[in-house]
Design a protein around this ligand. Structure first.
Ligand code: SF4
Length: 649
């Protein structure tokens, strides 16, 4: 039987298992990336594994989330990351040089290679044929040490693109349409592979907008074939030698097929506060807009900002609206500046931010209370912008710019009719990509050869091997779709403690219940209970590490998000699935006891565990784990397990 592109790349990198969907496979990793908020732990864990040097073909450390050096903590983290990259042999991208996915895409991403990154939007370079997967920081540390990455073999779904985008319709509208159809859970356990005649009508930057937001569908990854458009992009970034031809075999079989006729796509918008809350822009039109932001790893490229510049040429942003552009890379900023577009945009009333994630996680440009913010980002989870009662809409740069001109949400087709002289700026590929490299430090240019640890850099906490009895209080009962932002908020006042786990733990689940951390410490162990899709959102491993530090033993949930579940195994927390009836019966403060011998059950492959609540009733919880995940859980987490493996030779 023929293979899909995903299967071809996995087969080339397979070190364990076979390609049966749902079964665990181990794959070799060619490239890794880490960003600053996850990176400090990656390198502390790499150090704890007693590794000397990065073993993958390429490793890159970016500073993009917390680039503002408010006090010494972020600055110290950046120095630590630079010193770790230098000491162990990774590339280092300085703070302000841009968002990891964009800088990686421009400088290193290559078709046919595997990439593992400690950030959930790692699949972005799937748009140029790289099989890229987001994972926890510990998985990155192990992969850098030469270890395989283990993942459930996903189902490969064919997204067949037909036709061509019409006027004012963009790649962002394609992925928003998929989110409208499939929801934020529609891609769980799947890779979306794009095929069909519509593919060649999209350039690499457009494709990467789509693959970037495959993460919002919950997909393991998304990937496009390679073609003339891929060559054109690689030529432009000065890496034509990286091109390889990637096509699915003629008789490749897909688990499912979804057809998207690009000619039927119209401007779309995601309403607050979920990326799948998507409607045509016309249905949301007329709402007054106070803030418009163009940027993020989804739509912060040169090719995303240029249409805004063309639309604003000779015009102004409405007086009641603030418009901010945060380019996704300094390379994009430099190209805009060289061509004079920065001055045009400034003259139109636009403010520029440095190239950073920033506002995407509530760091700077926090919207006013109870006001509409229109953003080209990929996520609009409640409170992510830095204020709980936010009202964030997600859209294309074209819709954002049209709305900035009008001061209210507007479909650009309607604004064009109204103004008479506003034209669809269309798509234009950037030129001169290879000029900016001053902010990338290669291993050969390393400025440090030993780790520099400031006072805010702590140790990695370890957990003991899994015990036979687990019993404790339900410390918190939560609803559906709890995100890693709920578990550990990513705002600057909190995330600056990312390298100091005891301090950061004080903020665990504080957005759900402010007294949680103290209660967990006082209770000395216990459980979290949640509904569906627990742990969705970013790959933040602190969302497992901090509950572990506070003594949480396990999570009882109706279902788990993929990366977070892997993180729970990695830090020795037992992820148990319960059915809806039992979930409804459990209350916060209940005492839960796992009746079976947990340690022995986990080791022996037991899938069902009986739990007793308040000595009054019993239910059944399921442990869905591979043999390796069971070994990791039993050892007390992946760090202990990996060290054990190394000792056993
Ligand atoms: Fe940065 Fe936002 Fe992209 Fe995450 S989603 S990498 S925070 S821009």
């Amino acid at each position: 039987m023929g293979k899909t592109i995903t299967e071809q790349i996995l087969d080339d990198h397979l070190v364990e298992g076979d390609l049966t969907p749902g079964e665990e496979i181990g794959i070799e990793i060619d490239q890794v990336l880490a960003q600053d908020t996850t990176g400090t732990m990656v390198w502390l864990q790499f150090e704890a594994l007693e590794m000397d040097e990065v073993q993958t073909e390429l490793a890159a450390q970016y500073c993009d989330h917390q680039t503002y050096q408010f006090d010494f903590k972020n600055t110290d983290d950046h120095r630590f990351l630079r010193s770790a990259a230098g000491t162990f042999g990774a590339h280092f991208s300085r703070p302000g040089n841009g968002i990891c996915h964009n800088v990686h895409k421009e400088n290193f991403a290559a078709p046919g290679k595997t990439l593992l990154g400690s950030d959930s939007h790692t699949p972005t370079p799937g748009g140029l044929g790289q099989l890229a997967i987001g994972a926890g920081g510990l998985d990155i540390a192990v992969a850098m040490g030469g270890g395989a990455y283990y993942v459930e073999m996903p189902e490969v779904v064919n997204i067949r693109l037909e036709g061509e985008l019409g006027e004012w319709a963009t790649a962002k509208d394609v992925i928003l349409e998929l989110l409208r159809r499939l929801s934020v859970k529609g891609g769980v356990g799947k890779v979306f592979e794009y095929t069909g005649p519509g593919v060649e009508t999209l350039s690499v930057p457009e494709r990467t907008t789509i693959t970037n937001m495959g993460t919002e569908l919950g997909a393991t990854s998304s990937i496009f074939p390679t073609d003339e458009r891929t060559k054109e992009w690689l030529d432009e970034v000065g890496r034509s030698e990286d091109y390889v031809d990637l096509q699915p075999d003629a008789d490749a079989e897909y688990a499912d097929e979804i057809v998207v006729d690009l000619s039927e796509i119209e401007p779309m918008i995601a309403e607050p506060s979920m990326p799948d809350n998507v409607v045509p822009v016309r249905e949301a039109a007329g709402q007054s807009v106070e803030q418009v932001m163009i940027g993020s790893c989804t739509n912060g490229a040169y090719e995303d900002i240029l249409p805004a510049a063309k639309m604003l040429e000779g015009r102004e942003v409405d007086k009641k609206t603030e418009m901010i552009i945060a380019p996704a890379s300094k390379q994009a900023s430099e190209m805009l500046a060289r061509e004079g577009w920065t001055a045009e945009l400034m003259a139109a009333g636009v403010n520029f931010s440095e190239a950073t994630c920033g506002a995407c996680i509530g760091i700077g440009h926090v919207p006013g209370s109870d006001t509409v913010s229109l953003r080209t980002f990929n996520r609009n989870f409640e409170g992510r912008s830095g204020i709980e009662d936010d009202s964030v809409f997600l859209c294309s740069p074209e819709v954002a710019t049209a709305s900035a001109i009008k001061g209210e949400i507007v479909d650009p087709r309607d604004l064009a009719d109204e103004l008479g002289d506003l034209e669809d700026p269309g798509f234009e590929l950037g030129r001169g990509y290879d000029e900016h490299d001053a902010d990338l430090i290669s291993p050969d240019e390393a400025v440090d050869d030993e780790l520099i640890k400031g006072p805010n850099i702590g140790d990695v906490p370890l957990k003991d091997a899994l015990e036979s009895d687990i019993e404790g209080e339900v410390l918190l009962r939560m609803g559906d779709n709890i995100t890693t932002d709920h578990i550990i908020p990513a705002t600057s006042d909190i995330l600056k403690f990312r390298s100091n786990v005891p301090k950061l733990s004080e903020f665990t689940l504080s957005r759900v219940d402010e007294s949680f951390a103290q209660r967990a410490l006082d209770a000395d162990g216990g459980f979290l209970v949640a509904g569906e899709n627990y742990g969705q959102g970013s790959s933040r491993e602190h969302a497992a590490l901090c509950p572990m530090y506070l003594g949480v033993e396990g999570v009882l949930a109706q279902s788990f998000a993929r990366i977070h579940k892997a993180n729970l195994f990695n830090f020795g927390l037992v992820p148990l699935t319960i059915d809806e009836d039992d979930y409804e019966r459990i209350e916060q403060g209940d005492n839960v006891e796992i009746v079976d011998d947990v340690g022995a059950g986990v080791r022996s492959g037991q899938e069902e565990f009986t739990f007793r609540v308040n000595d009054e009733w019993e239910g059944t919880a399921h442990l869905d784990a591979s043999e390796r995940e069971r070994e990791i859980l039993a050892a007390g987490g992946k760090l202990s397990w990996t060290k054990q493996q190394a000792q056993d030779g």
